[in-house]
Design a protein around this ligand. Structure first.
Ligand code: UT7
Length: 329
């Protein structure tokens, strides 16, 4: 099968804060155990931002490394797209703060709110912009400081999430490699399953809103789990069918890192052997929009993702949003 490649990734990097939180740390603050967290999620460590550190700080660090790898200047960047649900401020877009910190004066900058699918939504938008010939150098990021919206007294959610950022430079394909196909989907009927109800127009800032803890992330874990397994499996099957690629031809599956059991179910559905599935959920927890670029960068640095490998990226997140991107790296 020959593919028409429009865009390719030419720089890839990530950044996490320095401060670590282990399962043992959570044993001290909520009624949980290392055994429960490890068995149910696969997680061991997450990184949490220092006081004063903001999402645009870690995004900028990741972006600087990706820009250097692509061999371009911040001034070359046409568009900055950031997938985040934990921006620096209510508005403006955190991508604008990243633009300023990078000195990317010629770019237009905006955020997208697609929760954990933010990076794949961003890659899809970048590919579409490049396909039209409108732009050439696009910075796509997924970056979160989930620690800022987590209730550290709620054991059902607090152990799951960490902070981090990943960045990719997307440029026109050299003709031999790049994004083959993207699929993005949403199902707003499931929007209430994973939500931060407060701080918007429905529940603006008030003492009552804070007392009801509406400023924290809320999740119906089991329902999200089931929806994730089904929707990630469906989108992965569809993208493989539409590109006529088989899982044997794939070198690597890089899924959203929310739970090792969800990842195993996805791998089973598309018959991917676990040795071809990249998992780092034990080292970072769930960093939402950042998990896929962090995992891709680590896979590449460990030699598990090589130039010209076929690689499938699959995500799901609040919204409910789902994404799949198939590329020849
Ligand atoms: O990026 C997208 C975001 N989210 C996800 O992908 C999350 C999807 N969901 C999940 O990963 C899983 O549903 C969880 C890891 C969140 C929970 O695992 P589960 O196997 O679905 O557990 P559960 O919610 O059914 O809870 C089982 C028990 C409950 O106790 P009871 O009612 O049976 O006595 C919970 O209260 O485990 C309890 N529990 C905990 N126990 C110790 C919940 N959290 C904890 C905890 N430590 N941290």
């Amino acid at each position: 099968m020959t593919y028409q490649y429009k865009s390719m990734i030419t720089g890839l990097a990530f950044s996490v804060p320095k401060k670590k939180m282990t399962n043992a740390d959570f044993e001290k603050i909520v009624d949980t155990t290392d055994e429960w967290i490890t068995e149910r999620t696969g997680m061991k460590v997450r990184y949490i931002g220092e006081e004063g550190q903001v999402t645009s700080d870690i995004c900028t660090e990741a972006a600087q490394k990706a820009i250097a790898e692509a061999g371009i200047s911040p001034l070359d960047i046409d568009i900055i797209i950031l997938g985040t649900i934990t921006g620096d401020v209510g508005f403006p877009a955190t991508a604008c703060f990243v633009q300023d910190k990078l000195g990317a004066e010629n770019a237009a900058a905006f955020d997208i709110s697609a929760a954990c699918s933010g990076f794949l939504y961003g890659l899809t938008i970048a590919d579409a912009f490049i396909s039209t010939g409108m732009y050439k150098n696009i910075l796509v990021m997924g970056g979160e400081m989930l620690s800022r919206i987590i209730d550290y007294t709620d054991r059902r959610t607090c152990v799951l999430f960490g902070d981090g950022a990943g960045a990719a430079i997307v440029q026109p394909s050299d003709g031999n490699r790049g994004i083959i196909k993207s699929i993005i989907r949403s199902d707003g009927r499931l929007a209430e399953l994973l939500i931060r109800p407060g701080c918007g127009s429905k529940y603006p800032a008030s003492q009552e809103m804070i007392d009801k803890k509406l400023h924290f992330l809320q999740m119906a874990g089991q329902e999200v789990f089931k929806a994730a397994v089904k929707s990630m499996g469906d989108v992965a099957v569809d993208i493989l069918e539409q590109t006529q690629l088989t899982s044997e031809e794939l070198a690597l599956l890089v899924p959203h890192q929310a739970n090792h059991r969800i990842i195993s179910a996805l791998a089973k559905r598309i018959k991917m052997p676990m040795e071809k599935v990249f998992i780092n959920v034990e080292r970072y927890g769930n960093t939402s929009a950042a998990t896929i670029p962090i995992a891709m960068t680590e896979a590449r640095d460990e030699g598990k993702l090589k130039r010209d490998d076929y690689c499938l990226l699959v995500s799901f997140g609040g919204g409910f949003t789902v994404g799949a991107v198939l590329l020849k790296y």
